[in-house]
Design a protein around this ligand. Sequence first.
Ligand code: COA
Length: 178
Amino acid sequence: MTITLTRLDPVGVDYDELVSFMTSNRFPFHVRQTVTREDVETAIADGSYRDDDNDSYWIDHDSLGRIGFLRFEDLTDLAPLFDMRLAQSMRGRGLGAQVLEAATSHAFSLAGVDRFEGQTREDNIAMRRVFARCGWVQEAYYREAWPVEGGKPLASVAYSVLRRDWETGTVTPIVWDL
Ligand SMILES: CC(C)(COP(=O)(O)OP(=O)(O)OC[C@H]1O[C@@H](n2cnc3c(N)ncnc32)[C@H](O)[C@@H]1OP(=O)(O)O)[C@@H](O)C(=O)NCCC(=O)NCCS
């Protein structure tokens, strides 16, 4: 099984498909679980899908076809983050780790990027398991930092992978105690 990241053009040929993808799927662990066409169109116009800091890709699978969306964020910081969103029908099928591997490979193909970071809500168990499976290290647990629509805030959990760990297949642990 091969995952290909296909760079998308949010203001050109991919505009309609991007709006359709974002509005037709629910994202229960994102700050905004559902978005409207207007929300997506505003975000596209603002450069949230492609500008100096952001770059967006379709996630294509060699036999399943188009399975989701991936955005690299904070690209000018040289320690980018990502936003990974599988289509609802593609979740829970063991695809997440392959997608994260493809995303990591892409991030470290960029000159000067030596850290790749991700954040997720504390109860997004699938994403947290994917991080663990791919050898990412949990670096922070921000209590009550994730706003929840209609509910109390939850924690935001931060992970990263280092280029040198990724290149050597090792995991550098954190020494928390002095
Ligand atoms: C989060 C996401 C990328 C995970 O990818 P996925 O392909 O659905 O995850 P997988 O099927 O590989 O499951 C990963 C693990 O979580 C487990 N898992 C999945 N859903 C679970 C649940 N609701 N409760 C407990 N465990 C769960 C799986 O059993 C698997 O465990 P394993 O590693 O021990 O085998 C995908 O579900 C998704 O895109 N969700 C919506 C958007 C999102 O939340 N993105 C994360 C933003 S950072």
